[in-house]
Structure formats: structure tokens, C-alpha cells
Design a protein around this ligand. Structure first.
Ligand code: CAO
Length: 421
């Protein structure tokens, strides 16, 4: 494909940390011209957070801001606001995820921008939606996981609410916002008008926790949840409990130990018992006698002693590595996978060849690994490039807005803008 699908779409990326940058980074991968607008004093906070090389942009930043350009500008000065307004008049999309009210305080709220450019799509992430009693709160990842129902339903029943390592609040909200922005862009084709697209992190987490809302209603109706480890030998209260590693659908499953688990914390597989494949599953495990045994042959009969069955499977797994076990089980159609460490993922040749993990060049740090597009297209393959240095494109952006060299120098002297030297 000579032109990427979002070529020509101009995005002002007024975002920071993870939720907003994840959204705009994907737009950049798909061809949009994404201009990251950052503070003159240090830029996006993630440039400095958890650095592994002194004075070099942290991986936290580089892995969320590839394929973008950077403009460092103080938008709280009259000159900075004027530059922003010029950019906005010519933009298709503005994305922001600042603290509630920050854009209004800066004079760049939705009403004003909509008047300035009625075609502009204004994408926004906040912790809570406008109707929430907590809409004024600042929010980070784990706060959203707790407010969105993920933490109360994750972990083991005898432990506290637990957050997930997956960025359900941050990157997930960014992906929801991206869907909203692309929808608004399509709508603009019809109407000629832009709109405000808002995603709250609480709502985005809840959207991924919908099966737990399903379970709350089932629990209220029947008093138990048959696929949870608490059934039938434990007790239920009136709220969805934490189910450990149980499967969330009608197929029981668990994380099971494989050969070497005593030394290797990831020598495990996830094993699923699929009802319609009970016969082949028993064959795979060398337990053909279970196929027609009334104590084993139905999901209902198995549930009271499901952990005895898992213990039997662990005995079968004891002399097999997680990879050997999966190689056997795949022949019998058992839904399963090895538990992979981040090291295994980083060096996995298949993830490299599919472009899901990519090595990119950065001007100051050399090469680093990042996550490539998880969406594959027949028409094109996104090329992932390094992230910009702070203010790397400041002067080129000002020149494109027809600022003269003298004016640009004056803006530098007044510290309205900064460019990377
Ligand atoms: N020039 C001048 N000022 C700028 C600027 C620029 N280029 N860019 C940002 N600022 C200002 C803002 O206007 C704001 O000023 P006021 O507080 O005076 O209004 C200030 O910088 C801080 O903004 P911020 O929101 O980026 O930072 P914060 O530390 O106050 O809060 C966060 C950070 C993430 C908690 C908050 O932005 C938030 O709740 N965002 C919404 C939810 C979200 O996306 N959170 C997830 C982030 S990913 O983990």
C-alpha cells in the first residue's frame, strides 16, 4: 500500500502518561500525522520515569510515543495559546487526557475548540465520566481497576482485591477512545461536523468486566456460581467473589504445575476442560476410564471434585515441560497454553516475525524492543519507528505555521517553545 489508511489525518496529541499516548500512537502507526504537544520543562512525565539509562528518554515514554513528532510549547502563555489555536484550526483530531478541568483552565475547552474548528474531533480520557460523583478525581491505572470492578473480582478468595498487570485502565481506555475517534471521523464524512468523544477509565474497565456483572445477576437469582471454586463445597455471599484462576465461561480451567515448577516460577500451563471434548481430553491424559464414568462424564458431575481432577492432571504433567505438555494436548484439541514469562515473550521468534514485538532505533538509546501492532491487515503492515526527542520538531512546526526565523528566535528567548538541539 503506497498510502497508509490514516494518511492526511492531522492529530494534536495533547496527552501524557499511558492512556492518551496509547491511542495516538496507534493512529500514528496507521498513517496519521501525530504531533505530540509537550511542556517545555521536561515534556511528558514518562520521559523521566523509571529511566534505565541516565539522561535518555525512559522506555515508558519511547514505547508509547513511536511514529510521532514533538512540539515543546508553553500553552499557558498568550503566544503559546495562539500557536495551539492555529494548529487546532487545521487539525482533524485533538486527543487529551489531562486532569479534569485542565483544558478549560488553559482556555482550550471543548466549546471553544468546537467554535474554532467545527470539524475537529475532540477525544478525551478521564478517570470517571461526567455524571460520576468522582468526575473531578485524578486517576491512574490501578485506581481505575479498583473502581471498574476488576480488582474486587481478581485474585484469590483468601487474599485482598488484586490489580492486573494488564493496563485495563490505561491502554485499554486509549483503545476505546481510538474506536470512538475513528467512529467520529466516519460520522464527520456524513455530517461535516466534529464531536467530543469521551472515555472514562472506570467505564473502559467495566466494559472488560462484563462477565462479572453477568455473575452478579446470576448470583442474585440463584445464590451460587457453579463455575467458581467456591461451588459446591464453599459458601457465597451476595457479591461476586474472587475466583482465583477459574475460567470465566462455562469451561472450567486452572493454572497447573509442570515439570520444573519448583525452580521456575512460570513452569505452568493453563488447562481448560472443554465439555464437548471431554473424550479426547481423557485420551490425552491417559485416562480413558473417565470418559463414561458417571462421576466424571458431565461437567456437573465433575464440579464437586474438580480440584481432584486438576491434581490428577498435575501428576500427568509432572514429567513434562510446559512446552511438551502443550504439544501433546494440542493434538487432542485441549484449549491450553504455556504460562510465558516476559523474557520468553521478548525473545519469541514467532512474535518477532509477526511484528507483535519489534526492535526499533532511537536516536539516543540505540535499539529497544516495543510492542508492534496487535492488529494485522492484509493491505499494509505498520512500520514502527522510534519516539521523538523533546521538541525535536518544534522549529519545523512553527515554520509550517509561517512564523519567520526572527519570530521563532523570539519565542525561544521568551521560553514559549523549546527545541531539541
Ligand atoms: N504547557 C503549559 N502547561 C501545560 C502543558 C503545556 N504544554 N501541558 C500540560 N500543562 C499543564 C496543565 O494545564 C495542568 O495545569 P493546571 O493543573 O494548572 O491546570 C498541569 O500541566 C498538569 O496537568 P496533567 O493533568 O497532565 O498532570 P497531573 O500531574 O495534574 O495529573 C493525571 C496527571 C494522569 C493524574 C491526570 O492527568 C489525570 O487524571 N488524567 C485523566 C485520567 C488519565 O488519563 N489518567 C491516566 C494516565 S495513564 O496512567
Amino acid at each position: 500500500m503506497s498510502q497508509l489508511p490514516l494518511t492526511g489525518i492531522k492529530v494534536i496529541d495533547f496527552t501524557g502518561v499511558q492512556a492518551g499516548p496509547a491511542c495516538t500512537q496507534m493512529m500514528a502507526w496507521f498513517g496519521a500525522d501525530v504531533l505530540k504537544v509537550e511542556r517545555v520543562n521536561g515534556g511528558d512525565v514518562t520521559r523521566h520515569q523509571l529511566r534505565d539509562i541516565p539522561d535518555v528518554d525512559a522506555l515508558y515514554f519511547t514505547m508509547l510515543n513511536s511514529n510521532k513528532r514533538s512540539l515543546a510549547i508553553d500553552t499557558k502563555t498568550p503566544e503559546g495559546e495562539e500557536i495551539m489555536e492555529k494548529l487546532i484550526q487545521d487539525a482533524d483530531v485533538l486527543v487529551e487526557n489531562m486532569a479534569p478541568g485542565a483544558l478549560d483552565r488553559m482556555g482550550l475547552g471543548w466549546e471553544h475548540l468546537h467554535k474554532l474548528n467545527p470539524r475537529l474531533i475532540f477525544g478525551s480520557v478521564k478517570g470517571f465520566n461526567d455524571d460520576s460523583p468522582w468526575s473531578d478525581l485524578k486517576v491512574y491505572e490501578n485506581v481505575a481497576q479498583c473502581a471498574g470492578g476488576a480488582a474486587s473480582t481478581t485474585g484469590f478468595w483468601d487474599g485482598p482485591p488484586t490489580v492486573s498487570a494488564a493496563a485495563l485502565g490505561d491502554s485499554n481506555s486509549g483503545m476505546h477512545l481510538l474506536i470512538g475517534i475513528l467512529t467520529a471521523l466516519l460520522d464527520r464524512e456524513r455530517t461535516g461536523r466534529g464531536q467530543r468523544v469521551s472515555v472514562s477509565m472506570q467505564d473502559a474497565v467495566l466494559n472488560l468486566c462484563r462477565v462479572k456483572l453477568r455473575d452478579q445477576q446470576r448470583l442474585e437469582r440463584v445464590g451460587y456460581l457453579e463455575e467458581y471454586p467456591q461451588y459446591p463445597n464453599g459458601t457465597f455471599t451476595d457479591v461476586v467473589p474472587r475466583g482465583g484462576n477459574a475460567g470465566g465461561g462455562g469451561q472450567p480451567g486452572w493454572v497447573l504445575k509442570c515439570k520444573g515448577w519448583e525452580e521456575d516460577p512460570n513452569a505452568y500451563i493453563y488447562f481448560t476442560i472443554q465439555e464437548q471434548d471431554w473424550g479426547p481430553t481423557c485420551q490425552a491424559l491417559g485416562k480413558p476410564e473417565w470418559i463414561d464414568d458417571p462421576a466424571y462424564s458431565t461437567a456437573q458431575a465433575r464440579q464437586p471434585h474438580i480440584f481432584d481432577i486438576f491434581a490428577e492432571i498435575e501428576r500427568w504433567l509432572a514429567d513434562k515441560t510446559k512446552y511438551e505438555a502443550v504439544d501433546i494436548l494440542r493434538e487432542y484439541g485441549v484449549p491450553c497454553a504455556p504460562v510465558l514469562s516476559m523474557k520468553e515473550i521478548a525473545y519469541d521468534p514467532a512474535l518477532r516475525s509477526s511484528g507483535s514485538v519489534v526492535e526499533v532505533e532511537h536516536k539516543e538509546r540505540g535499539t529497544y524492543l516495543t510492542v508492534g501492532s496487535p492488529i494485522k491487515f492484509t493491505g499494509f503492515t505498520p512500520t514502527i519507528t522510534g519516539s521523538p526527542l523533546l521538541g525535536e520538531h518544534t522549529d519545523e512546526v512553527l515554520a509550517s505555521l509561517r512564523y519567520s526565523e526572527e519570530e521563532i528566535t523570539a519565542l525561544h528567548e521568551k521560553k514559549v517553545v523549546v527545541s531539541h538541539d
